[in-house]
Design a protein around this ligand. Structure first.
Ligand code: C5P
Length: 224
């Protein structure tokens, strides 16, 4: 029998990209595959947790024993995350679109001689920051991800402070790493115990290159 260190714990995870509609047939998206978030969901479930996974559009099967909620946009994702609270641990692995189209077309945009349609963007809600800053239902452990192509650790430290989360899993997503869409990941785990400290109180652990399943298992072991 496997040890079940997260038995009785509720774990909420976001994964995948979001799709932000331009018109009924087009959207803005990104290259997130959802693999890392799905692997964490499976590892947490295997550790005995009661897992809810809120995922954007991905081509992955539901992990066994996990409650999977499929969403499209960042706003849908935020609403489903809020509805899934309370949780003991929240892990925000989704690559949420920073912006959505303000002037979403009700009909398919047509090519006209008047030129290209202007797309106005507005900022999406930040799900990680919103949940980290809750006063009543804030999960005791809130973990974010930081996908960066430069100044990885410094940007991730600033992100912990700015978003108000407890830990950040930072990964280098420069195209040469093949992380985005790939099966392996090289991550740094940034932790802080006291959320009132600034960037000075943050510990950094750099992990060797691993599969996304191994990263998930290590992260779940840390959480336990
Ligand atoms: O600011 P940035 O997008 O790099 O932050 C990444 C972290 O914030 C990830 O944990 C991601 O899931 C979360 N995030 C979010 N909602 C957003 C943007 C990012 O939850 N709108």
């Amino acid at each position: 029998r496997q040890p079940r260190p997260l038995a009785g714990k509720r774990v909420l995870i976001t994964a995948g990209p979001t799709h932000e509609p331009i018109d009924p047939v087009r959207y803005i998206a990104n290259r997130s595959s959802g693999k890392q978030g799905f692997a964490i969901a499976a590892a947490a479930q295997a550790a005995g947790a009661d897992v809810t996974l809120v995922s954007g559009p991905v081509e992955l099967r539901d992990p066994a024993g996990v409650t999977v909620i499929r969403v499209e946009s960042a706003r849908d994702m935020l609403h489903r995350v809020q509805a899934a609270l309370p949780a003991d641990i929240a892990i925000f692995a989704a690559a949420v679109a920073d912006w959505r189209v303000a002037n979403e077309g009700e009909q398919k945009l047509k090519k006209t001689s008047a030129g290209m349609p202007p797309l106005q963007l507005v900022e999406n809600p930040d799900i990680l920051a919103t949940i980290s800053k809750l006063t009543d239902k804030r999960p005791p452990l809130v973990i974010g991800f930081a996908a960066e192509t430069e100044h990885l650790i410094d940007n991730a430290k600033a992100k912990i402070a700015r978003k108000g989360c407890d830990w950040i899993v930072a990964n280098d997503v420069s195209p040469a790493t093949g992380v985005m869409g790939g099966d392996r990941n090289t991550v740094h785990l940034l932790t802080r115990d006291d959320k009132d400290t600034g960037v000075d109180g943050i510990q950094v652990e750099s992990w060797p290159v691993m599969t996304k399943e191994q990263v998930a298992a290590e992260l779940v072991a840390k959480i336990a």
